[in-house]
Design a protein around this ligand. Structure first.
Ligand code: ALL
Length: 323
């Protein structure tokens, strides 16, 4: 009888030891979690790179987590639960949905794991309603970025004409703010620029291709298009090509992906905005390390320096690299 119990006792003791090691591991040795939307978007690959480089430099471990696609909100909520289960030292999160992720993040508050909000801001009303505490927001002035991109589009159109927009996920705060920035730029033209239509393509290329093909059918007069991110612009220019309209419709975008830089140099996309996703993650890691050292965080908001990217800017940058 006693002999039979021995393996059970050994297994029990082993489990207790493992649990004690994980739970009592000093905070500084625990990884920082970087939870993003999806690595299918190069924007988040850039973010991951920035986070990894900063973690390496500061000698901390970074656990990178991402969902399978832009709209996989539930999956992202599960990633938060998993990071909390792993008792990470801090959570850096670029939420796919500004409201839906607030509730899952309460688990981090309960476990005393600090949260740093990257890229897409959490919804302030929902944060208040749920009583969520987070340390800071590190990201973009999205109204300003969309305004800059649309203003350049309008300038290139000669200050007048008919335009349309492809929006991001409508439940995302940055998608709403980019719509606002675009509308602000239109409003400044005092009616010289008219919006014909707007629809969401949920940040995705294929959806943008289908939605913009339909828009072109319904509104063949479209002369300019603002896409709230580059992935959608890449879909839209395929729809433009399929309609035989390449060169007739100017496209402005947001993100500065490599594929879009090529299109800008080819002339199929007019401009984009660099919002430096690598910087966001690097700043997030630095802030998390400060927290791990017990330092106080005074900046509740850190905004990136936005950069308008046009063909001229890219050619200048190329020249700079050659020197
Ligand atoms: C946002 C980013 C982007 C990106 C999009 C797709 O939060 O700021 O511009 O393309 O997510 O998920």
């Amino acid at each position: 009888m006693k002999k039979n119990l021995l393996p059970v006792i050994i297994a029990f003791v082993a489990i207790v030891v493992i649990v004690v090691i994980v739970v009592l591991k000093p905070k500084s040795e625990r990884p920082i979690a970087l939870i993003m939307k999806t690595l299918t978007n190069e924007f988040f690959q850039t973010m991951e790179k920035g986070g990894r480089e900063a973690a390496k430099e500061l000698g901390v471990e970074l656990t990178v987590m991402s969902a399978s696609r832009e709209t996989a909100i539930e999956e992202q909520a599960d990633l938060v639960a998993s990071a909390v289960g792993q008792k990470v030292a801090a959570i850096l999160i670029a939420p796919a949905d500004s409201k839906a992720l607030v509730r899952p993040l309460l688990k981090a508050n309960k476990a005393n794991i600090p949260i740093i909000n990257l890229d897409n801001p959490l919804d302030p009303d929902e944060v208040k309603a749920q009583g969520l505490e987070y340390v800071a927001y590190i990201g973009t002035d999205n109204v300003k970025g969309a305004y800059m991109s649309t203003k350049e589009l309008i300038r290139a159109m000669g200050g007048e004409g008919k335009i349309a927009m492809l929006e991001g996920i409508r439940a995302a705060d940055n998608a709403q703010k980019r719509r606002q920035g675009y509308l602000n730029a239109i409003a400044e033209t005092n009616g010289k620029v008219e919006e014909l239509t707007s629809d969401t393509a949920n940040w995705e290329t294929e959806e943008a291709y289908n939605k913009f093909a339909a828009m072109l059918q319904n509104y063949p007069q479209i002369e300019g298009l603002f896409c709230a991110n580059d992935s959608m612009a890449l879909g839209a220019i395929r729809a433009i090509e399929a309609a035989g309209k390449t060169g007739e419709i100017l496209v402005a975008a947001f993100d500065n992906l490599k594929a879009v830089q090529e299109e800008i140099l080819n002339g199929t996309i007019h401009c984009t905005i660099d919002q430096h996703a690598d910087w966001m993650a690097a700043e997030g890691v630095k802030m998390a390390v400060k927290l791990m050292k017990g330092e106080e965080i005074l900046d509740k908001e850190k905004l990136v320096d936005l950069e308008l990217i046009t063909k001229e800017v890219l050619l200048e940058k190329q020249k700079g690299k050659k020197k």
